[in-house]
Design a protein around this ligand. Structure first.
Ligand SMILES: [Zn+2]
Length: 184
């Protein structure tokens, strides 16, 4: 048995273990750095429940491109250097613990502990524990296969369009970005 079709991703049920602490952490983030956009515990749970399958999928299929827009370049590079280290497992559910807002981090981040229940391609159950630093309302540059202005195809790494001579980079606003990952 192999991992699911490379195009297939399923968000997993994710629960925040200590939702009562969010208002205090939110205030700390706001006080130190100005008011971040309204983020709810439900949004954090939904985001982690979608990002974890992407993370495991990238590792299992050795295709890190899927991580762009949800994980920072640093995390993508880290994942790329350790491809396959999750053994082809996929997550089935997750528990998130809100830890806090580490001081003197720019951009400000929310640190969480993510414990995923996993299943291997052979059907064995396991758990995987990680710490994530999550950044809010972040801007990230994604590369597309075609010029956003005229639609001409772009070669890998090409930043300006050779047909319409416009900036071909696409900046996207992402509500939540995983800025750092620590796996034990
Ligand atoms: Zn163009």
């Amino acid at each position: 048995m192999t991992y699911a079709d490379p195009g297939e991703l399923t968000a997993i049920p994710t629960t925040v273990e200590n939702p009562g602490e969010w208002s205090q952490i939110y205030q700390e983030l706001s006080a130190a750095h100005g008011v971040p956009p309204a983020v709810t515990v439900d949004a954090i749970a939904a985001m982690v429940g979608s990002a974890l399958p992407i993370f495991f999928h990238a590792d299992a299929t050795r295709g890190i491109d899927i991580m762009r827009g949800t994980f920072s370049n640093q995390v993508i590079a880290q994942c790329g250097a350790h491809l396959g280290c999750l053994g082809g497992a996929r997550p089935t559910s997750a528990l998130v613990r809100l830890i806090g807002a580490p001081a003197r981090r720019d951009p400000p981040v929310l640190r969480v502990r993510v414990v995923a229940r996993t299943v291997t391609p052979e059907g064995n159950d396991g758990t995987n524990s990680q710490f994530w630093d999550i950044e809010f309302d972040s801007e990230t540059v994604v590369s597309k296969g075609a010029c956003p202005n005229c639609g001409a195809p772009l070669a890998a790494g090409q930043l300006v369009c050779s047909y319409c001579h416009r900036d071909a980079r696409t900046k996207v606003q992402v509500p939540l970005l995983v800025n750092r990952v620590q796996i034990y």
